[in-house]
Design a protein around this ligand. Structure first.
Ligand code: FUL
Length: 742
């Protein structure tokens, strides 16, 4: 039987329909598992774990912006070292209105600014350090990016969040730096008063903390009290370096945030978790009710959760605490988190962004997309165009509900997330009937998670076609939102079947939509002989980013065209029929469905590796031979023996070549052996080596995508040697998925 329930009557009705296992359980953000709890009771408890009000608000934002800006924008590095001269931040103009207008056009609801990245440089007028915008020429040292952005946010109706990096290389490296300086813990008043710079907010706090925690708390006080309401505080788990056994006094940080920013959710701690990758992938089943070994309300330990089966029944059975902690799917619109240039740095297409939007927002997660401003203080035109087009497609698809005139339970169709239908065991089906046929290829489903948690474990949708029900889509959980994608059907009747559930699920929304399917996105693979295969993009991430509704089956009847001279491919270019031989030039390809053009995919290939031979390597592990570093297969990799330093590889290219850049592809199987730093040597005889370049790659552990290092000037050589001088996370062995030279 269906239960029609509105919010007002829900608690009364609820009580009368609860089974005995459920009766004792009160919905809460965290529920403890007690010794001896049966599996059934654990699942019943999980089905009562609900988001807090702030978490619910954050879920409803759906699509939000990240802005990485700072010295790295000017040095073109992913990670700075903390000892940059502040003058490198050579900002002359800043147009935060332009950022906000582009975000609004994309349909974003909030922006999170990196007010301090790992290099420790601050983008606001902090009282507590000179290492920041106050020591640059921008507005004669009086500039404040957070101030300008907060004003633009008010103007454009966007919420504001702050990223304040706990890792702080300036405070680590500077002789008087506070990070890990082994200072004593003592009672300190926050904020510390600075003569001539009074605060208008007179709240004070006293905490027992050391120098770095005091510094961090003072800065939190500034950014949470002087820039209007802050809606998210983002604590990055990444640490390029640590020092002095520095620990973080998280209970104090939390106290300050909860007091001064009562509407803020905290990322990287109990409210919001990292989805586990920086590639824009969401798990096929993304549960937000997850497990903790300690009470998340009092613990300070929040490790990154990268398990694929997070929140599964098997995981829940091991729990000590069950907690609602939603995933944020964070990725960048450009290669890397900071702006580098408009020529080499790839920008995601609207096809790609819309696809990530559907998989993340429609996969029980929030889409946090980074758009890094350029050195003119603006979003580059390509980024703006992609944002505008993505917003247009989201509105074009989801603003129109094709079931708006359907007959069926009003609670599902009224657009009110607080009304829902409770599906009891034995009748977990819903039918929606239209008076005229509609063409659809998307379905959006929501559960009433604020009151009933996430309960659906599996579901299927049927359409009435040719006088019978035909299954058109299946998926696992729903939670806050599930978007189902399927080949288009024309129908007058839709049926939702919940096929597995944790207690009775409360469905609050069903709508149907139509998206004009685009020609497929493409991918390239090149073999050792230099032959490139072009095909529709498959999951390039082992989390199967396309989920069960793989994009592949949505596309039919497309053609692929390509160019090798750098020009934009059209239907007049060469049609792709079989693998193409690509020397070291740029391949651009695009797919067309009739006259509709897909997103251009491009890649600059390095010299062909057919003639390469190994001259020598420091060591190699079993099954990970040094030759795997250049076998044109990024799934195999060279791994050196631990501590066999220096780790190096020397290669004979077979003939003299002119090289202008090195491309390092890390292995992606595990986080070990990332080449954070190295030198490049050349030789005339393969024996005597001369160093010609040294390179630095940041953020490889969280984002193990290929890195390109452009040489200061081209080198002509037959023999090349690469030596790692630094491994990420102080690793002891080196791994190389693939090496290429452009
Ligand atoms: C990572 C950082 O190391 C990157 O630089 C970036 O800020 C990203 C959002 O998080 O872990």
């Amino acid at each position: 039987m269906l239960k029609r329930i509105s919010l007002l009557t829900s608690s009364i009705v609820l009580l009368s329909f609860l089974t005995s296992a459920q009766q004792a359980i009160v919905p809460a953000n965290t529920i403890r598992i007690d010794e001896g709890d049966s599996k059934e009771l654990i699942i019943a408890k999980a089905a009562h774990v609900v988001p807090s009000e702030n978490q619910m608000e954050a879920l409803r934002n759906e699509f939000i912006a990240f802005v990485h800006f700072g010295p790295n924008t000017f040095t073109r590095l992913e990670w700075g070292n903390g000892m940059e001269d502040p003058a490198v931040f050579d900002l002359k103009d800043l147009d935060t209105d332009q950022w906000c207008s582009a975000m609004k056009a994309a349909g974003m609801k909030m922006v999170i600014l990196t007010v301090k990245h790992h290099d420790g440089f601050v983008l606001w007028q902090s009282r507590y350090t000179p290492h920041g915008i106050m020591s640059t020429n921008y507005r004669n040292g009086k500039g404040d990016v957070l101030r300008e952005l907060s004003e633009s946010c008010r103007k454009y109706g966007l919420k504001l969040g702050v990223y304040l990096s706990p890792a702080d290389l300036h405070q680590i490296e500077h002789p008087e730096g506070l990070y890990g300086n082994l200072s004593n813990y003592s009672q300190r008043t926050i904020p510390r008063q600075v003569p001539g710079r009074p605060f208008s907010n007179k709240t004070t706090f006293t905490f027992n903390v050391d120098d770095y925690n005091e510094y961090f708390l003072n800065q939190l006080f500034e950014i949470l009290t002087e820039y209007g309401e802050i809606h998210e505080v983002w604590f990055d788990g990444a640490h390029p370096k640590r020092k002095g056994g520095q620990t973080y006094n998280y209970p104090a940080w939390k106290k300050i945030i909860r007091t001064l920013a009562p509407k803020a959710v905290i990322f990287g701690r109990e409210d919001i978790r990292w989805c586990g990758n920086e590639a824009g992938a969401t798990r096929k089943t993304e549960w937000n009710v997850i497990t903790y070994p300690d009470d998340p309300d009092t613990t300070s330990y929040f490790p990154d959760r990268t398990e694929y089966d997070l929140g599964s029944r098997e995981m829940l059975y091991q729990a000590k605490y069950l907690h609602y902690q939603q995933a944020e799917t964070n990725t960048s619109i450009r290669e890397g988190w900071f702006y580098r240039d408009d020529t080499h740095q790839k920008v995601r297409s609207a096809d790609d962004l819309f696809d990530i939007y559907e998989r993340s927002v429609g996969g029980n997660s929030t889409f946090l997309l980074n758009i890094p401003p350029n050195r003119e203080g603006r979003f580059s035109p390509a980024d703006v165009a992609a944002l505008e087009e993505t917003g247009k497609r989201i509105r074009g698809t989801y603003d129109l509900d094709l079931l708006r005139d359907a007959e069926g339970p009003a609670e599902l169709l009224d657009g009110n997330p607080d009304t829902y239908i409770l599906l009891e065991e034995g009748s977990r089906e819903l039918i929606l009937t239209l008076s005229a046929p509609v063409k659809i290829n998307r379905l959006m489903l929501q559960e009433a998670i604020a009151t009933h948690s996430e309960r659906v474990e599996a579901h299927a949708v049927d359409a009435w076609i040719g006088n019978r029900w035909q299954e058109i889509a299946t998926a696992t959980n729903i939670g806050y939102k599930r978007i189902l994608r399927f080949p288009e059907v024309t129908t007058m009747k839709i049926r939702l079947r919940v096929t597995a559930s944790r207690l009775d699920p409360a469905i609050s929304h069903v709508s149907a939509h139509y998206y004009q399917t685009r020609p497929p996105q493409l991918s390239f693979t090149r073999d050792k002989e230099g032959m490139v295969t072009i095909e529709p993009r498959q999951a390039d991430f082992n989390w199967n980013p396309h989920g069960e509704n793989a994009a592949g089956n949505l596309n039919a009847g497309y053609e692929i065209f390509y160019t090798l001279d750098g020009s934009e491919p059209t239907q007049a270019s060469i049609r792709y029929t079989q693998p193409v031989s690509v020397e070291h030039n740029e391949l651009k390809a695009v797919s067309f469905t009739n006259d509709m053009k897909g997103a251009v995919h491009q890649e600059t290939f390095g010299i062909i590796k057919k003639e390469w031979t190994l001259l020598g390597a420091s060591s190699q592990q079993q099954r990970h031979a040094a030759t795997m570093a250049f076998d044109s297969n990024r799934h195999t990799y060279w791994q050196s023996e631990k501590d066999a330093v220096p780790h190096y590889i020397a290669i004979d290219l077979g003939s003299e070549q002119q090289l202008s850049a090195l491309v390092y592809t890390p292995q992606t199987v595990h986080g070990e052996g990332m080449m954070a730093q190295g030198i490049l040597q050349v030789s005339v005889d393969g024996e005597q080596w001369e160093t010609v370049e040294s390179f630095l790659f940041g953020n490889l552990i969280n984002d193990p995508t290929p890195r390109t290092y452009q040489f200061h000037q081209p080198v002509t050589t037959r023999y090349i040697r690469i030596e790692a001088t630094g491994i990420a996370g102080d690793g002891k062995s080196l791994a190389i998925g693939e090496l290429d030279f452009l």
